[in-house]
Write a protein that binds this ligand. Structure first.
Ligand code: MN
Length: 477
């Protein structure tokens, strides 16, 4: 992204139809610019580019004025001597409260599992006080990820993993599809570079094959809708985010032909009745795949997501997914809980039927209940972060691994020498086979054989981590 000036921010507020006090916006921009005057980002850029980018994201989420101002000011108390009192004096109580919330979230000193739990706890406490704090934090993290290449490798890895394990699942829970997808894809590249490049080239190859089909399908459905006098607001192709593709591939033996929603056509029509009408028209043109018609309009996903989905066989035998929704469903799918403020701002809250707001209320309720409730956090961790496990060394260090990792993965995660000399393992004091799946909370001890020089090539059949696979393959080259 190019560097954003105050004029870009003003333009963005207009493009998004926001009614903001522009004098105050300028004032906040100048205040942050002056406060960060002697600071540079790691990239060498003036620091102001970071809060400006943060505010820009918040504007695109169509958030309210206090949140956008707080986005501009979010690093002032932490990075400079300026106090929160001055912010309160110039921009009011609400802005100061949000800035303080973000500052509190920023200080986490623990390591390993402790850090993880503490991080989660802070996120939830912040959400319980005001969910806008988390939205600012998302926007902040997004820009940090976009400029992650300038950081040291260890720090890069830590931020990328933390984003995948904590930020992205919460963004998903809050229904902010747009942010979740970008957070994940930016982190994916740094957290699992090998997998990232593998997935990317697999995707590009397959997408090239399908692009042509999608264009044809789009023309055909457009013509058919016209015949039936349905005026779509928009028809566009959407491709699956890479990290979400990667996770799905793992569930399907890495067979990309089983991923039906790699590329989908999204049709946006003006109301629910038209959504169902479009579904009927699609099924008249092409044969739907059994079990792939999903009515998330009648039964929304737990995070509030609504759409009709169907997958059909096209004329050339390719399968294509359709997603059909109205503009409000689309807004909720992309912006989730942030859309809530959008509607509140414009006094349009009543346009969302109370049922759709349920999940927001539930979430707020849920956050209030879990303040300082550790047991709840544990259950949440299991539920929302299913794809990672935490395994302990006999000394109590925590090793973070993908689900179904084995003692061999664990050994390589500690050190490749331990991996190479691994000859057996104990889990919770019991001798186990090396292909046993580890679980969160297990204490794992690796038994090594000093005379051993090379790993066992058969381990490749069951290990899960790319690090271990890479080391073993390299040892046989
Ligand atoms: Mn920041």
């Amino acid at each position: 992204m190019t560097n954003l000036t105050i004029n870009d921010l003003i333009k963005a507020t207009k493009d998004n139809g926001l009614d903001l006090d522009l004098t105050l916006l300028r004032q906040a921009f100048d205040y942050a610019d002056t406060a960060h005057k002697n600071q540079k980002r790691r990239s060498g850029e003036p620091y102001i580019h970071h809060p400006a980018a943060t505010a820009h994201t918040l504007i695109n989420l169509k958030l309210d004025q206090a949140t956008i101002l707080a986005g501009l000011l979010h690093d002032v108390p932490e990075e400079t001597a300026e106090s929160i009192h001055e912010i309160k004096r110039q921009f009011g109580e609400e802005v100061a409260f949000l800035v303080e919330g973000v500052t509190k979230l920023g200080t986490i000193k623990y390591r390993g599992l402790e850090r993880y739990i503490e991080n989660l706890r802070k996120m939830f406490v912040a959400m319980a006080s005001d969910i806008r704090v988390i939205l600012i934090k998302f926007a902040d993290r997004l820009h940090n990820l976009r400029t992650l290449e300038y950081l040291k490798p260890e720090k890069r890895l830590r931020i990328a993993l933390e984003t995948l394990e904590i930020y992205a699942p919460i963004a998903n829970r809050l229904g902010i599809g747009e942010i979740k997808g970008e957070l994940e894809d930016l982190s994916f590249k740094y957290a699992y570079p090998e997998k990232y490049h593998e997935t990317k080239s697999l995707f590009e190859k397959k997408y090239r094959e399908r692009r042509h089909t999608l264009t044809e399908i789009k023309e055909k459905i457009s013509a058919e809708l016209k015949k039936e006098s349905i005026k779509p607001i928009d028809i566009h192709g959407r491709t699956k985010h890479l990290y979400s593709l990667y996770r799905k591939l793992r569930l399907h033996d890495n067979d990309i032909n089983q991923i039906y929603d790699l590329a989908a056509l999204r049709i946006i029509v003006s109301n629910i009745r038209d959504c169902y009408a479009v579904l009927g028209i699609i099924h008249k043109l092409w044969k739907p795949l059994k079990g792939r018609i999903k009515d998330y309009v009648a039964t929304p996903k737990p995070n509030g997501y609504q759409s009709l989905h169907t997958t059909v066989f096209c004329d050339d035998g390719q399968v294509v997914e359709f997603q059909i929704r109205d503009p409000q469903m689309h807004d909720l799918a992309e912006h989730g809980i942030a859309a809530h403020w959008h509607y509140t701002e414009k006094g349009k809250l009543s346009e969302i039927p109370p049922k759709k707001l349920d999940w927001i209320n539930q979430l707020l309720q849920w956050q209030k209940e879990l303040r300082d409730n550790k047991k709840y956090l544990e259950s949440l961790k299991i539920d929302a972060f299913q794809n990672r496990i935490f395994v302990f060394t006999p000394r109590g260090d925590v090793i973070d691994l993908p689900e179904e990792s084995t003692p061999v993965d664990f050994a390589f995660a500690i050190h490749s020498d331990i991996g190479f000399r691994c000859s057996g393992a104990r889990i919770n004091d019991r001798i186990v086979r090396l292909d046993t799946s580890l679980k969160s909370g297990d204490v794992c001890e690796i038994i090594t054989d000093k005379k051993r020089k090379k790993p066992n090539r058969d381990w490749l059949k069951f290990i899960k981590t790319s690090n271990a696979k890479y080391r073993i393959r390299a040892a046989f080259k």
